[in-house]
Design a protein around this ligand. Sequence first.
Ligand SMILES: Cc1cc2nc3c(=O)[nH]c(=O)nc-3n(C[C@H](O)[C@H](O)[C@H](O)COP(=O)(O)OP(=O)(O)OC[C@H]3O[C@@H](n4cnc5c(N)ncnc54)[C@H](O)[C@@H]3O)c2cc1C
Length: 423
Amino acid sequence: MDMPRVVIVGAGFAGLETAFTLRRHLGDGVDLTLVTDRPDFVFKPGMVYVPFGGAEDDLRLPLETPADRRGIAVRHGGIAWVETDPKRIALADGDLLDYDYLVLATGAAMRPEAVPGLAEHAHLIGTIEQMRELARELKRLRDAAVDGSPQHVLFLVPPGNLCPGPLYELAFMLEQWLRRSRVRDRICVTFATHEATYLQAFGIGLDRPVGGEFAERGIVGCRSAAVTSVEPNLVRFADGTARVFDLLVATAPHGAGVDYEGLPCDRRGFLLTEPQTRRVRRTEAVYAPGDAGDFPVKLGFLSLLQADAVADDIAHRIDPDAVKAPSRFDPVGLYVMERFDDAVFTQVPLTLTGEPAHPAPDDAGADHLVGVSPIWRLGKKALGIALPQQFRAGRPFHGGLPGGAAALGLKGMSKALADAVKE
Ligand SMILES: Cc1cc2nc3c(=O)[nH]c(=O)nc-3n(C[C@H](O)[C@H](O)[C@H](O)COP(=O)(O)OP(=O)(O)OC[C@H]3O[C@@H](n4cnc5c(N)ncnc54)[C@H](O)[C@@H]3O)c2cc1C
């Protein structure tokens, strides 16, 4: 009998977690091919350290070793198009690949061009190269301040951005870095976001602690500030106000990493999926875990949860005895925000409002946890070691011993170091 063929496109959180979980569930009973446009996995949560001198090499994980170890064929190059009948995809080099199940895990992309002037005048934070460039800018800024010239740094979250957390981290980390460099008093730091409350996707719970910390650390915070355009040294907002800057550090609106013609998607190109299985609607065997799909909050942790559900569903369909009760996607937002002197932890079940600009209801009840402690910094570092280690070994993050230990550790830490949010 022919072996079932699963083709996975994209080697990020979602693609690798799906591939390794399928191998764990089905052993040699499945033919796995990974299509990727880059030779490595990038651990993006660790990129926030790069502007402050953090090492880059640990963030890149070459794919050969784990793929060889798990018998996963790797095809380098992008995907060109998808067909569902017959079931096949074309690669950018013209080769065709047949599949029985297809996993599209090609992530999200920043679309700075959606805001006039943003690409030209802002430093974006989506790639390691951009973070390296930001490191140079921050040194320049610090040198200018040391030379006696006051500077203004503006952090900006534009409408349509679906992962603002790292920008908050960078603002807090910069504030501490400037303090340690003894130039904090010469640099004005402003954080402007289109969100009505800080980190709105996690509900109301982070608004007060973030706003309070902004005030305490002398960061000027502006909510409901929707950028309309960026000019040299000036950002204009929808309410007619404007803010000047010497350095603009920004995220950008998000769109799908790849536009898949012929598959159902929303207006930004994100694939429309069944909520629990992440199977692409109106298809029988195409899945979209992670940022490529239509879940409105983009996070690595959520990508892993979606990948687990996808792998379970496919494995169950291939061999119901291998996975008798497939897990379903039950969205929980989890984020640890580094601030150098401490870190903020949040965990919140994500029921959806159906409104992309305001995806989670404000009140998540007693299940919404927030904690602030220097010990959460260790939690972030531990996750940053455990996940790449698992992937390096060709193992999924969830399901194994380290994933289980991390989950247990988090549970213990959140019991001791986090409280339910009181609305
Ligand atoms: C600076 C920064 C910090 C972050 N910090 C955190 C954090 O602390 N916690 C957290 O949970 N999340 C964090 N995130 C978000 C998290 O990194 C993403 O949500 C996560 O990477 C999404 O995983 P994914 O597998 O869906 O997509 P991605 O990780 O984007 O992977 C997509 C993959 O598809 C590949 N690909 C794209 N196009 C093609 C193509 N045409 N053909 C073949 N392959 C293709 C890409 O090269 C990539 O390997 C952060 C993001 C950034 C930018």
